[in-house]
Every structure is written in C-alpha cells, then in structure tokens.
Design a protein around this ligand. Sequence first.
Ligand SMILES: Cc1cc2nc3c(=O)[nH]c(=O)nc-3n(C[C@H](O)[C@H](O)[C@H](O)COP(=O)(O)OP(=O)(O)OC[C@H]3O[C@@H](n4cnc5c(N)ncnc54)[C@H](O)[C@@H]3O)c2cc1C
Length: 386
Amino acid sequence: MAQGKTVVVLGGGVGGIVAAHRLRKGLAREHRVILVERETSHVFSPSLLWLMIGERTPESISRPTARLVRRGIELVQGAAESIDPTARKVRVNGSEISGDYLVIALGAELAPELVPGLAAGGHNFYALAGAEALRDARLTVSRGRIVVLVAAMPFKCPAAPNEAAMLLEYDFRRRGLRSRIEVDLYTVEPGPMPVAGPQVSAALRAMIEAKGIGYHPEHAVRAVDPGKREIAFANGATARYDLLAYVPPHRAPLPVREAGLCGESGWVPVDRETLETRHPGVYAIGDVTGIMLTSIGKPLPKAGVFAHYEAEVVADNIIRAITGRGGPARFTGEGECFIETGDGRAGFGRGNFYAEPAPQVRLRPPSMMLHLGKVWYEKYWLFRRF
Ligand SMILES: Cc1cc2nc3c(=O)[nH]c(=O)nc-3n(C[C@H](O)[C@H](O)[C@H](O)COP(=O)(O)OP(=O)(O)OC[C@H]3O[C@@H](n4cnc5c(N)ncnc54)[C@H](O)[C@@H]3O)c2cc1C
C-alpha cells in the first residue's frame, strides 16, 4: 500500500507512549513514528500517591524519555509550541514537523494559579515536585488537621483524591499520630467518583468515612489564605488546615487551546469511538479530550486507562489506513482502576462508561491481592514501555 507515511504523536505520557509503541510495532520501518515530548523523564503518575507517604522515590517511578528511542520510536525532545490541525503540522523547537496523521496526547495542564493562594498554601500532589514537598511536610506535622482538597472539575483520576486521603490517614496512623490528627476531604464533586453511579459513589464514601475521614462534597474553593491556613468556599464555609494536599484546576494545554481545537467544554471534542477530531487524520486521546456521556450528561472521566485504550484504537485504525490490514477498531468506553485504601490494600472498580441508560461500574472491596495487582501493574508499565 502507500509508502513512507509519517505519524506524529504529540505528548509522551500514557496515551502517547501506548500509541507510539503500537504504531511502531504495526508499521514497517519505511513509515515514521515521531513522538514529541517536552520532559526528559516520564513519571508514572499513579505512584505519586505512594511517593507522598514515603513508599517510593522519584527514581523508582521515573524513566528517561530517551529510552523510547530503543524501541524504534523517533523522539523529538521539546515543547510543541503551536499546532496547525488543518495542515497536520506542529512547531517544535522553532522547526516545523508535518505528518500524514497527528495524534494529540498532550494531557491536561495543571493550573493552581486559577485559585488565589492555592499554590502558596498547599502541596500539589498531582505533580512530582508537589508530591515530594508533601512527603517532607507531613513529617513536620504531629497534630492538627490534614485537608485534601479537589479544587475544580474535571480532574484526572477521580479515585486519586480519595486514595490520597485514605493513604494520608493510614500514614499518620502507622506513625502513631492518628489520635492527634484529623483528616478531611473537601471536594467540588457531589460525591466520590460520581460518574461511576450512585451505588459505587456511596460505597466509596462509606469506605472513606469508616476510616474517620470527614467527607465534604459540593465545596467549590474560592480562595486559600496561606497565612491563616484557611480555605474559603463559594458556599460561605471555611476550613482551617495544618497541611493542605490539593488537586489543582485542570485545563487543556495552551497550544491545543490556541489551535482552536477545544469545544465548549474547554477540551477537544472527538468521535467517541474513533477519537478523530473534526480535522481528518487528526486524533486526540486521553485527558485532552472532552467526551460527553449523553446518557447522564456528564463527561467521561479523565484517566490513564482510557488514554491507554483510546491510544490502541487510534493506532490500530492508523495502521489499518496505511497497510490495509485489520478491521476497524472502536473505543467501547470500558475502563478499570485500582483504589488504594491504605494498610497495603486496594479496591478495584471496573465497568463500561458508554453503557445505556447509564454507566455500569462495579466496585470490588479492598484486599491485599488487589494492592499487589496495582504494584505489579506499576512494575509492568515501567519495564514494558522503557
Ligand atoms: C496522583 C495520580 C494518580 C493517578 N492514578 C491513576 C490510576 O490509578 N489509574 C488511571 O487510569 N489513571 C490515573 N491517573 C491519571 C493518569 O495519570 C492520566 O489520566 C493519564 O496520564 C492521561 O494520559 P494522557 O496521555 O492523556 O496525558 P499525560 O499522561 O499527562 O501525558 C501528556 C504528556 O504530554 C506532555 N506535554 C504536555 N504539553 C506538551 C507540549 N506543549 N509539548 C510537548 N509535550 C507536552 C507532558 O509532558 C506529558 O508527558 C492518575 C493521575 C495522578 C496525578
């Protein structure tokens, strides 16, 4: 079939890495697979939760991005400055790269600065530096109030703030400090993992509250006063804290916004089965997308598992378009995630988010086996991909 095609993958996170690997495996060497990534080190995000309680080091959860070259992927190290989706071109390090296909996997930009006082008042455990700072700061607190705060929706990994609260509770308990420490979770959401449905949400909330963690839904943060260590919410409530761990507001990365790729939701609209944008040959996968679940009027949550499965679908369809091999691939809305609960245990949620009339998700209760499953997956990811 067609000779010498070029696929440009923007972003070497979960979605970009899976897409680039699969494309490289499925395409002969006459076709180029170019991956554009600005960071020199890939961090496996789920492990930030273990790092923040001292159970991982930055080195143990990171791998040099340059290692992807060993897999035959052409790596362009640098920031995508601008994207021209019509011409399928991207500007990186001042030069232009054009592709026959473009896969946008740039994730979500974290924007703590959107909430006054937030960055100065707490620790952003969604980024390596913030998770490390939280790990150190928690050792300086021996009494008082730990607050986990979800600043805005949507945010990636709906389970993560709940896991963070349960892991911090566990960490203070194992260090013999729990009786002098309160743990509270304030979130803008109506409940934990609301898109998974009322039963899963109620079960997870019960799990959190059974650990003596105060759960405070529907609290939209307005500002943080770092001096007073106080959070002000839009509903008039306030909360004092001694240690603040927060999930910052998320938004689409700047070059994606500037390219006019975002829809009303602020994220990239795509065909929910093929992930193609309104520009032919241009796909978007993972956190950067906005996929509305029309059945419930809420967006598909942002999670690595969806980025992964979407990447496989997009890669397979591009391989098919280039080689004529295989049948059409479709993203079906299936996903799963481990939920760390502390004490070396994890629960597990799995389901279909495209199911009608509403997503169907089941939650398995926490066990040591499930925790080991999460640990195994971490090792597998870091070994298999790099
Ligand atoms: C603490 C935490 C725990 C989590 N736990 C889970 C979990 O258990 N299960 C799960 O499914 N998900 C989990 N997630 C969510 C998961 O990490 C994300 O949903 C997933 O990484 C999204 O993949 P992505 O490819 O869309 O974006 P990312 O993985 O964020 O990748 C985007 C990449 O693009 C790069 N980039 C951005 N802008 C540019 C630019 N201009 N030029 C070049 N490169 C750029 C970034 O450096 C990054 O490497 C967790 C997240 C966090 C923070």
